[in-house]
Design a protein around this ligand. Sequence first.
Ligand code: UDP
Length: 320
Amino acid sequence: MLRTLITGGAGFLGSHLCDRLLDDGHKVICIDNYLTGSHDNIAHLIKHPRFRLIEHDVTEYISIDGPLDYVLHFASPASPIDYLRLPIQTLKVGALGTHNALGLTKAKNACFLLASTSEVYGDPTQHPQQENYWGNVNPVGLRGVYDEAKRFAEAMTMAYHRYHGLSTRIVRIFNTYGPRMRLHDGRALPTFMRQALCNEPITVHGTGEQTRSFTYVDDTIEGIVRLLYCDIDSPVNIGCCEEISILDFARKIIDMANSSSTIEHHPLPEDDPQSRQPDISLAQKLLDWNPIVDRDEGLRRTFSYVLDKINHSFMTHAPS
Ligand code: UDP
């Protein structure tokens, strides 16, 4: 039976990966220190006979008994307000955490997968972004702590691959959304949904002309798992090609929620990328992967999750 370790396993993507790999028959060991992850995301797995949870900070030495087949390194703050609030932890988990996870993978003679990001392209001058584009990142800007941590993590992964012959994968994940996102993680999608459902103003940064390409979590997970099972050591983009401006996106969310929210413009954060759209030809060719969840359907499923969360927080905070 395959034995797999997921760092950041209690996070948004990490917890969906735990579910998926358990479904695929793996034994799953989840490591998290709950800096941005949440026990709620994996509470339903605690009694699963093939699931094990370890509370640990992966910037410290990682000790695991027994063999491992795969190590998936997903631990990291990943939303802008988190990595702005936790700049040093973000750099440490990308650097020291990746080094520890790679060292463990080598000791176990396992296969390593790094969760990288479209942020390695920074504010891109190539559009759409292909894997061979080197990016346009400001190393000393506020977002640099995340972008450079992930760029270092990619370089470290390739060094272990080349120098130690380790079997490695690098997935560059574009904006992903779906159930288990934190309602207050500051990202556009959960923020807009929460604001629309509460009929509060939608906070659009800048003019809202900047674009993003949003991928539903099930599609992202499918892409990651396909990459894991293939023998491809160069980075692969996983993301949806359907690009939308943040202003249009805000209008769409208001519309879908049938909300009376207005749009309120706020200052654009420093180094906020102007555009982002993946070129996914490589994933299509090598992994036979395409996003298949229609945007409206993905948004509907996420709305229903956000609504549940809002209702739950009303009930738990209601005066008795
Ligand atoms: N954004 C916004 N209002 C918000 C939160 C985010 O207009 O309340 C913008 C943000 O400045 C960026 C885009 O939406 O241009 C996507 O932001 P997100 O935090 O979701 O992810 P990013 O792709 O920037 O990492």
